[in-house]
Design a protein around this ligand. Structure first.
Ligand SMILES: Nc1ncnc2c1ncn2[C@@H]1O[C@H](COP(=O)(O)OP(=O)(O)O)[C@@H](O)[C@H]1O
Ligand SMILES: [Mg+2]
Length: 229
């Protein structure tokens, strides 16, 4: 992974769902490299759709999604996936860890898709992230023996293990208890600030809101706050 934070510039973005329904419409949005942004909004407002589009996991109908020098919007799916692997860590709302794998295996899964030179580094970083999230010393237990909150932390370690310059997280603290949620909120924002990564997290969690550089609200597929970047 390139590992440096990237500026985001979105313009004239529209995302359309099955049946032609307009799910998202963003006229213009700029997010500074290295900032921590939290996206809020009611259920069904389009928050996950927005995050998936920024990650290149869904193709927009129109518009630009420029990360640094690269507009990912017009790229075919394999090129978007390659960009994502090089530059992004994604934490899904459902943790999506592989139940039959151990915590270290899950956290280091990106090593499977990387060149030989990166594999050891990814495994080392995966172990370090697990430790930082309080999951060191768990050995080779299958991940389905962990609690929901623990699995979410494994998912976070996995997102960070590749050293991404961009971290995208969909409700990352939703399944954690208060103490763990606070700690994860702090860790994610600290990462963005001190290690120069751009963080965009969808969250209802006040612990994330109060630490964010900027809050963006989405209602009915439209961004309400999109002032300075
Ligand atoms: N592929 C799709 N086709 C049609 N509608 C979709 C599709 N994906 C999501 N939606 C709908 O778009 C709206 C926004 O979804 P989502 O982005 O998941 O909202 P949020 O994350 O804010 O709760 C919801 O009404 C959802 O049902
Ligand atoms: Mg959602």
């Amino acid at each position: 992974m390139t590992g440096h934070a990237q500026k985001l510039e979105v313009s004239s973005l529209t995302v359309t769902g099955d049946g032609g329904r307009r799910l998202l419409c963003v006229d213009s949005l700029t997010i500074a490299a290295g900032s921590a942004v939290v996206v809020r909004g009611p259920s069904g407002a389009g928050k996950s759709t927005f995050l998936y589009a920024l990650a290149g996991m869904i193709a927009p109908e129109t518009g630009q999604i420029r990360w640094g020098e690269t507009d990912i919007a017009p790229l075919p799916e394999p090129a978007r996936a390659a960009f994502r692997r090089r530059n992004m860590g994604f934490v899904f709302q459902e943790h999506l860890v592989f139940e039959e794998l151990s915590a270290p295996e899950n956290a280091a899964i990106a090593a499977l898709y990387s060149g030989r030179a990166d594999r050891g580094r990814i495994r080392d970083r995966a172990a370090a992230e697990l430790a930082r999230l309080g999951l060191d010393g768990v050995g080779t237990r299958r991940s389905d023996t962990f609690s929901g909150g623990e699995r979410q932390r494994i998912a976070v370690a996995r997102a960070l293990a590749g050293g991404p310059g961009i971290i995208l997280a969909d409700e990352p603290t939703a399944s954690l208890d208060r103490d763990n949620a606070d700690r994860l909120a702090r860790d994610l924002v600290t990462l963005a600030r001190t290690e120069g990564r751009t963080l965009i997290a969808v969250s209802h969690d006040p612990a994330l809101h109060e630490r964010a550089d900027r809050l963006i609200d989405i209602v009915d597929g439209r961004l309400l706050e999109a002032a300075d970047g």
